[in-house]
Write a protein that binds this ligand. Structure first.
Ligand code: ADP
Length: 432
């Protein structure tokens, strides 16, 4: 219940963050494209307006100095009402007088003037800047308004205008396209956010569940020996006058449970440190053959004492870079198991050889073996094939998890298979 609401909250948070990130990226992207399209569309128009403005001002300057010269073929018109030459058919020139009236309606064309500019008013708030205006709420013009320099005419302001309805249509279509794309994008990004947040949460949920299971198992494993010790101590307290010799069994059992507890806590600590990636390997050169011989020596003695054969076949003659104490721990786990899960007259063997760029260790026994269907679980934490039997042998199902971690940390592999005749073989491969 608690987990579910936390995961739900976290999932929503991830979803919201993803959605926000997508939206910000898309908005920036659209704004850049939109402003780029708009400025590109108006660039040509604006250039035309500016070049025309320059021409007009140049002409006016000529008039101002009193050296107006009509171009050949043009009538000699008095300078104060001469028709302006307009080499650009796209540009409409509006001449405004001081009172805000258009005084060149004939030049514009009477019909054109009456249709579009009759009600148009002079707006001098924005001079010398290119701006967009809309006439009759339908016709869009790009224009520049500037003061007239010619003192010899009645013109106070000149306004150069270009109709940009075509450009506006393109922009309007583009806005429509961006809006449709935004809607599609929002739908897509919501779906993508849901999928992504689910994907992001999956490993978190899995590792949370694993961690919870680990803590539950660990508490369970810790509780059993503690209960046994508590019971035994309480029983001894009921007869305080008895001698130690009389309570020998209780004391021995309590001691063995204490050892179990101590081993369990140290295994749990190893795995907890492995999980938090806290433990680093201390690598050094290890001569494989002599290392194995040293590790196996005490096991050979124990095997002899239990009437089991112990054989060694180590002729690799290689040196590897490894953490010697971790490698030792690995062999102890595998050899302990080999001893635990074999009976009298069984045999245990250790082989080391090189294969490609790897060194291979095989630890095999002719013991009770592992059922095929259980092989995939044996590296799981707290997995024991036979829980009752493992309790007798002192196993808690953590050894092989630690072995797996040690091998993986050395960038190697570990696998288990049936021994040729009977029993189990563990094959460890480490890089040379
Ligand atoms: P345990 O402490 O119980 O031995 P391990 O993680 O070392 O825990 O082993 C997990 C389980 O794998 C054991 O409980 C046992 O069932 C099985 N197993 C491990 N090694 C052997 C082996 N050599 N022969 C048979 N079964 C084995």
């Amino acid at each position: 219940m608690f987990n579910k609401s936390i995961f739900k909250q976290q999932r929503l948070k991830f979803m919201f963050i993803n959605l926000l990130a997508f939206t910000i990226i898309f908005t920036i992207f659209s704004v850049i494209i939109f402003s780029q399209v708009q400025s590109t569309l108006y660039t040509k128009t604006d250039e035309e307006l500016l070049s025309m403005k320059e021409k007009v001002l140049d002409e006016d300057e000529g008039f101002g100095e009193g050296n107006f010269k009509p171009t050949p073929g043009e009538q000699n018109v008095p300078p104060n009402n001469h028709p302006r030459r307009n080499p650009n058919p796209r540009i409409i020139v509006l001449n405004w007088d001081q009172s805000g009236q258009i005084i060149n309606e004939a030049e514009i064309g009477t019909a054109y003037y009456e249709n579009y500019f009759q009600d148009y008013e002079l707006d001098i708030t924005n001079t010398d800047n290119i701006t967009t205006t809309t006439i009759h709420d339908a016709y869009h013009f790009r224009y520049i308004l500037f003061k007239d320099n010619n003192p010899n005419d009645d013109v106070a302001y000149i306004q150069l205008m270009i109709n940009v309805d075509a450009e506006q249509t393109i922009i309007a279509n583009f806005v429509k396209l961006v809006t449709i794309c935004s809607i599609i994008f929002i739908v897509l990004s919501i779906s993508a956010s849901i999928i992504l947040s689910n994907k992001m949460m999956k490993p978190i949920i899995a590792s949370w569940n694993k961690q919870t299971e680990f803590v539950e198992n660990a508490s369970h494993e810790l509780r059993t020996p503690l209960t046994i010790i508590q019971n035994k101590l309480e029983m001894m307290l009921t007869a305080p006058n008895k001698r130690i010799a009389d309570k020998f069994e209780n004391i021995a059992l309590s001691l063995s449970e204490t050892r179990r507890l101590s081993k369990l806590t140290s295994d749990l600590l190893t795995l907890a440190r492995a999980d938090s990636a806290e433990t680093e390997l201390v690598l050094k050169e290890v001569h494989v053959d002599s290392f194995i011989e040293t590790v196996c020596a005490p096991y050979k003695e124990i095997a002899d004492s239990q009437n089991k054969q112990f054989w060694l076949n180590v002729k690799s003659q290689v040196t590897i870079r490894a953490d010697e104490s971790r490698l030792h721990q690995l062999f102890v786990i595998l050899l302990d198991n080999a001893l635990k899960y074999t009976r009298e007259n069984d045999s245990i063997g250790v082989k080391a050889y090189t294969e490609d760029q790897k060194i291979v260790f095989e630890i095999s026994d002719t013991g009770i073996g592992i059922k095929n269907e259980n092989m995939k679980y044996i590296f799981d934490r707290f997995y024991r094939e036979d829980k009752a039997r493992s309790r007798e042998t002192g196993g808690m199902g953590l050894g092989l998890s630690i072995a797996h971690w040690i091998v993986t940390k050395h960038k190697g592999t570990i696998k288990v298979m049936k021994n040729q005749h009977q029993g189990t073989t563990f094959i460890v491969k480490l890089p040379k």
